[in-house]
Design a protein around this ligand. Structure first.
Ligand code: FE2
Ligand code: FE2
Length: 345
């Protein structure tokens, strides 16, 4: 890779000399005779090295260095000084950010040795920068993979819980998608949307703790069996509540609250309105909508119009009106999710 230097000097013959010497060590050079313009050129270009004369009209070398250092800390800067310049000047240049000095008249051997060193330094900087970028993109990619896998694991867990029930695997995935859409619709942060997307599949995880005879019963449940069945929100909550993962923690909340109703007639706690966690209110709506769309052993899928009428009839009864509004405005997107995620068996 060819490195590119910016050379700033008000004297044309010095610029030509540097160009010629740089060419010998494979360094490309852009020359600039006016310091003010040179700083602008530096800021709009991608230079690896800077040569700057000290004694120039309007703006001296130290001022140029100070300007450059305002935006770029890493690029090596070589200041060209006269032998007669004192140490105090060099000290000020170093404080301003000079990396190296060359004395006039320029000596080719010294030029090669010092500039080659700085080119090596710059190459190492670039290599490090590229590695850091590569690493960052690899980390992002790996994080994305882990996320996808985590979502898959949580979905499978949710499916396992619903497997013996009338619900299907696709139901669990669709509820996750509807829930994310609702969370977005009511202005939840991207992080919160991601949490509910991953936690919603766990809403019925507590059914693992319900007897098969009840879960798989084809006739209606007795009062005692119904009471047992209604324990699944709390069972799920107990399973998940102490977890560290934000997804599992949210899963606990969702499990506990997905059968609460907005008017306070739900279970297990008969919570009302915003006493019910937002995630629970969201999943409650998503879960019911999907059940109405789906074929179950005891019912055919409802036509859309009947579903919408039912949903609307439950405004402020079963459902949060704000969520219902959002659902009604975007019903096509909800239907798209239902149609695109279907079981393959
Ligand atoms: Fe449930
Ligand atoms: Fe469900």
């Amino acid at each position: 890779m060819t490195l590119h230097a910016l050379s700033i000097d008000d004297e044309r013959h010095n610029l030509l000399l540097i160009e010629a010497m740089a060419e010998e060590i494979g360094l490309a050079v852009t020359s600039a005779g006016i310091p003010g313009e040179a700083v602008a050129a530096f800021n709009s270009g991608d230079f690896d090295l800077v040569f700057v004369d000290y004694m120039m009209p309007v703006m001296n070398g130290i001022q140029v260095i100070e300007e450059i250092r305002k935006t770029r800390q890493d690029v090596p800067i070589i200041m060209i000084t006269a032998v007669s310049d004192d140490n105090d000047l060099k000290l000020r240049a170093i404080k301003a950010g000079a990396t190296e000095f060359l004395n006039k008249p320029l000596n080719i051997a010294e030029f090669k040795a010092r500039v080659t060193n700085l080119m090596d330094l710059r190459s190492a900087q670039l290599l490090l920068r590229d590695r850091a970028r590569l690493l960052k993109s690899e980390v992002l990619l790996a994080t994305e993979k882990i996320r996808a896998r985590e979502h898959e694991t949580l979905t499978v867990l949710g499916r396992a819980a619903e497997f013996k029930d009338e619900e299907t695997g696709a139901h669990v995935s669709r509820v996750a998608h509807y829930s994310r859409l609702l969370a977005r619709g009511v202005g939840e942060s991207a992080e919160s949307q991601e949490i509910i997307f991953n936690a919603a599949p766990l809403h019925d995880i507590g059914k693992i703790g319900i007897a098969d005879a009840i879960l798989m019963k084809s006739s209606s449940l007795t009062e005692g069996e119904e009471t047992d069945m209604r324990r699944h929100p709390e069972i799920g909550y107990m399973m998940l509540k102490d977890a560290e993962s934000p997804y599992l923690k949210a899963g606990a909340l969702i499990s506990l609250s997905h059968h609460e109703k907005f008017d306070g007639t739900g279970y297990p706690h008969g919570l009302k309105g915003e006493e019910i966690h937002l995630y629970g209110r969201i999943v409650a709506l998503a879960d019911v909508f999907d059940a109405l769309c789906s074929k179950r052993p005891y019912k055919e899928p409802w036509p859309l119009e009947k579903i919408l009428r039912y949903m609307e009839s439950q405004r402020e009864k079963q459902f949060d009106p704000v969520l219902l509004d959002h659902f009604m405005r975007h019903k096509e997107e909800f239907m798209d999710i239902f149609n695109s995620i279907q079981d393959s068996w």
